[in-house]
Each structure stands twice: as C-alpha cells, then as structure tokens.
Ligand binder design. Sequence first.
Ligand code: NAD
Ligand code: GLY
Length: 367
Amino acid sequence: MPVIATVAVATPSHRYEILIGKQLLAAPSTWAGLPQAAQAVLVSNPLVHAHYGAAVESALAAHYGRVSRLLLPDGEQHKDWPTLQTIFDHLLRQGCDRKTLLVALGGGVVGDMTGFAAATYMRGVPYVQVPTTLLAQVDSSVGGKTAINHPLGKNMIGAFHQPERVVADLDTLATLPPRELSAGLAEIIKYGPIADAAFLDWIERHLDALAAGDAEALAYAVRRSCEIKAEVVGADERESGRRAILNFGHTFGHAIEAGLGYGHWLHGEAVGCGMVLAARLSAALGLADEAFAARLAGIVRRAGLPVRPPAMPAPRWLGLMRLDKKAEAGAIRFVLIERPGTAALHAAPDNMVARVIEAASADAGSA
Ligand code: NAD
Ligand code: GLY
C-alpha cells in the first residue's frame, strides 16, 4: 500500500487531503477523484522533471485527454514575474480553459509559482501540489499560500489558493542533495518551538537519522509537520492571527534572502538562522529563556544549517524587515517563543534587534 498516512486539511474555502507515502507518483489511485478536465498541465523544472516527470505524465494521461508540460528555470532567482508570465503564455497557447488542472511537480519554487498561476489564470483553476523537496513536503505545498518574489521583498506578490490535493512521495527525497535536505529540516524544526514541545524533543532525538535520510524518521517528521500545519491553517486560513506563527524565523530569514540576493542562501538556511535570531530576541525580551535559545541554536547547527547571520549593516536589516508582511504601520512584528511549544507576535525595539544580530554575529559558537 503506497499511502502511509493521509492528513486532512479543512479550511473555510476548501477541504483536501495530503497523501504521504511511497511509490505514489505512478499509482493510479493517487490521481483518482480529482476535478475532471479536458487537459492537465504539468509544471516542473528540468532537474525534477528528469527524475519524476515521466511517471507523473503517464499517470495523468490515464485521466486527462491531453497532458502538456512546462519546465520553468530552476532556482529561487527565477521566482519572479517573467517566469510567471511563461506559465500564462503556455496555458493560453495550449487553449487551457478554466477547468484545466495544473500539477506542480517540484520544490517550493515550482509549487508557489504554479499555485499563483492557478489562483489567477481565468480567475482561478484547480491545481495539485506534488512536492519533491523535504521543505515543500512539510510546508510550502500545504495551506494555499502562493507567491512570487519582488526584488525588494520576499513573496510580496501572491494569493491564497488551496490545492485540490497534495501528493508527498517520500521516494523523491532519495535524490535530494544533503544541503536541500538540511533546508527542509529547518521548517520541520520550526513546528516544535511554535506548536509542539514534544515534537521538538523528538526532533532532537532523531536529528541524526533525519539528516541521514532515514525513511522511517522522515515519514514521521513529514506527517507530524503536515498535521501541525493543517491544524494551524484550518484555524486561520488567511493569516488574520494564529497562522503567523508559521513565520517563526522568517522575518530575519526573508531579510537574509532579499538582502543577499535570492538564491545565495537557501530559504531553509535563512529560516534556520532566522529562528536562532528570533529565539535570542525572545530571550532578550524576557520571553523564552537563554537556555532555550542556546538549545535551538544547537539543533539548527546539528541539522547542518548556519546559525551565524550574514554581515549586513543594522539599518539594512531593519529596512528589509520593515517590508515584512507582518509589519504594521512601519513597526516590525516578530514571531517569538514564549515557552517551548507556544509562540506569538511581538514588537521589539530596533536597538534590541540590532544588538541581538550583533551578538549572534560575534558569538564564537556560531558557524
Ligand atoms: P526549490 O524549489 O528551489 O528546490 C530546491 C532545489 O532542489 C532546486 O534546485 C530543485 O530543482 C531541486 N529539487 C527539487 N526536488 C528534487 C528532488 N527530489 N531531487 C533532487 N533535486 C530536487 O526550494 P524549496 O526549498 O523546495 O522551496 C523554497 C521555496 O518555498 C521558497 O521560495 C519559499 O519562499 C517557498 N516557501 C513557501 C511556503 C508556502 O507556504 N507557500 C512555505 C515555505 C517556503
Ligand atoms: N509558511 C508559512 C505559511 O504557510 O503560513
């Protein structure tokens, strides 16, 4: 039986399932029961398509009269308007109507862009997420956030649009480079501090197995991460409150990505370092204590992620973070840890934020 676990996502706008398992891509049952249409469009990139495209295309061909393919350039630096435009060009040239099913096969970059195209083409068409990175399986494919980057800010142009189904085939992780696996671990680690202290304990105990690609450990981590994300998204689909906790580490992280130029640090690397900074800031504000910040830094480091922030002048950090979507009236708001398993939005004085970054940069234990 290829499905190991099924996680339901129920939001006010849509209900769907996350299928987690092995040998899912070619299994006919994976693709049964999706919206009917004259055609389906597979969106991927050349690298991922070379590994998994043929299996998905032939499985789709059993359900859709026509299956076409569009390969996007690979990389975060291509998560932009010109690349998005190529998706619309393809859909129009292929005569796609408003029932056409889009299938996003790849990591978060392919998923976010395909989702945004699905949200806006003819004011909305259905799509399926087939995440092939660990990061996409535990986070980006779930919850309906879709976006492209703007040179001034990460994920600034986008829409909420839930997929019809998420197909997380753990077998695809076998070809993932170790650096990308580590990037995915960042988003797994995130769920512990914000929502489930016991899961953080589990991660700490199983980190070596996860980093080594142990199938059983990864299956549990993907499942638990999806369960937590499904619960949070179900309670607050459009981020009017609780969903913001999923952004733990992201205010610092997005500043790193935009500040250094997209693609220099991987998203997961920036989030890993961002979580360490956010935990230090939590301690500076008297929320979670220094010991927790040190513990989290140790976990992030063991996951193979950077904990020392890149060199950027404090005004640059603060300017980038003021563009964050959680900022209100120019005031930056950070997701901070109140105690392990509980997080909330807090403001912090600029000089305190600058001191936290400076201290982490100078910390001899940082790498
Ligand atoms: P990515 O999509 O760039 O993929 C990373 C690299 O791995 C790429 O080179 C890709 O071609 C390659 N790859 C993908 N699957 C592979 C496989 N099975 N084997 C070998 N190589 C493979 O990066 P990512 O980390 O998956 O996603 C990061 C993006 O996700 C960022 O743009 C981030 O903003 C976004 N994101 C979105 C959400 C959301 O809720 N929508 C959440 C988190 C992150
Ligand atoms: N990755 C953040 C969110 O989905 O809200």
